[in-house]
Write a protein of this length. Structure first.
Length: 362
């Protein structure tokens, strides 16, 4: 009988880094001769996962790989299964970032961190998708730990981009890009400050492309969220003297639009204060967009020696660096060469090879 490797994902969304990684891993596991399915509570239409209520216990030699990013009823089921238990931790944003913005999310994040610690004694192997995440697992009492990066399908990034969108963005403006959900830890407020400095002191022909899902407007019980982060950002850029045409907050976008934003960007700027891995950093390297980034949490680890990294969020330094790297020249070419070397460490076959080695050793 063939060995099973079941992946558990509480919510499987197409275009989400965790969901896309799980789908890529499932296909690889099947190609290696394993029986492998993804089990989810919620999934997007057209995504081929099995409803979690249909999961059945396997043999003791089978593996359950639980993708952990929030607490869910899967926590209790994971603790009870007789299979070999592998947890891949995709990081939980520290709750304090949401204390002033969304009390319900604050509570959910706090519960997620509590639920993570409770799984330490029952987990066979705990994997962080970065060393930063692995160290957090170790601090939470997980004994056997390792690192398995998020699996990215590099082939998807060579597909055609939205040509009409590229044409609209191909004007005289310098396009500063950041990709990531609109959330307090991502520090879009500092990106707006960089934009304002750039516009006032370097060139008025500049635009910030903030590509990422907007924060919700209502709580889970339908109550409006009064202190809304995106509204606060809108007020801020008005106070900074930035015009609406200088900023694009996209909300979620299809893949062809995401590619268009990368291909239209002159520089990628990240001032995020908390990242567990940083998929957009890998995407920017792959799409040959020079990166300026705050180096804390997992950012410095993901970039390695690549990109232009700063240890503190100095607005002037970031703006001047963005201006330098947005133009053709030796500095830009040097950064792009380093990024081209670094991104190969996250190649699809490299990450899936690590997965195969880990599974074979269990």
């Amino acid at each position: 009988m063939r060995r099973r490797v079941d992946q558990w994902v509480p919510a499987l969304h197409r275009g989400d880094a965790i969901g896309d990684s799980a789908l890529l891993m499932r296909d690889a596991l099947r190609s290696w001769g394993f029986v492998s399915d993804i089990y989810a509570y919620n999934q997007d239409p057209g995504v081929s996962a099995v409803p979690f209520q249909h999961w059945r216990e396997g043999d003791a030699d089978d593996i359950v790989l639980f993708h952990y990013a929030l607490i869910s009823p899967m926590n209790d089921a994971f603790a009870k299964t007789a299979s070999r238990r592998v947890l891949q931790y995709h990081n939980i944003t520290p709750p304090h970032f949401f204390a002033s913005w969304d009390k319900e999310i604050y509570k959910i994040l706090a519960q997620g961190r509590q639920g993570l610690a409770a799984l330490g004694p029952v987990t066979t192997l705990a994997l962080g998708d970065s060393e930063f995440n692995r160290a957090e697992l170790q601090s939470q009492g997980f004994e056997k730990t390792g690192v398995l990066p998020i699996a990215l399908d590099f082939r998807r990034y060579s597909k055609p981009a939205n040509a009409a969108l590229k044409r609209r963005l191909a004007d005289s403006r310098t396009n500063i890009l950041f990709v990531g959900r609109i959330a307090p830890n991502k520090r879009h407020d500092n990106l707006l400050r960089v934009l304002a400095y750039f516009k006032k002191n370097i060139s008025s022909a500049v635009r910030l492309l903030a590509v990422g899902k907007h924060p919700r407007r209502e709580t889970g019980v339908g109550a409006p969220i009064e202190a809304h982060y995106l509204d606060a950002l809108t007020r801020l850029y008005s106070d900074l003297g930035v015009e609406p045409q200088d900023v694009v907050f996209t909300d979620g976008v299809p893949h062809e639009d995401l590619l268009a934003y990368y291909e239209s960007a002159h520089v990628f700027v990240s001032m995020s204060e908390h990242e567990g891995f940083g998929v957009p950093l890998v995407e920017a390297m792959l799409k040959q967009v020079p990166i300026v980034a705050l180096s804390g949490t997992a950012v410095g680890e993901t970039l390695g020696e690549a990109g232009l990294q700063f240890a503190r969020p100095d607005i002037v330094e970031f703006a001047e660096a963005a201006a330098l790297l947005s133009k053709p020249g030796r500095a830009r070419e040097t950064i792009l060469r380093g990024q081209k070397r670094r991104v190969q460490d996250f190649a699809t076959e490299t990450t899936l090879g690590k997965l195969r080695d880990l599974v074979s050793q269990l």
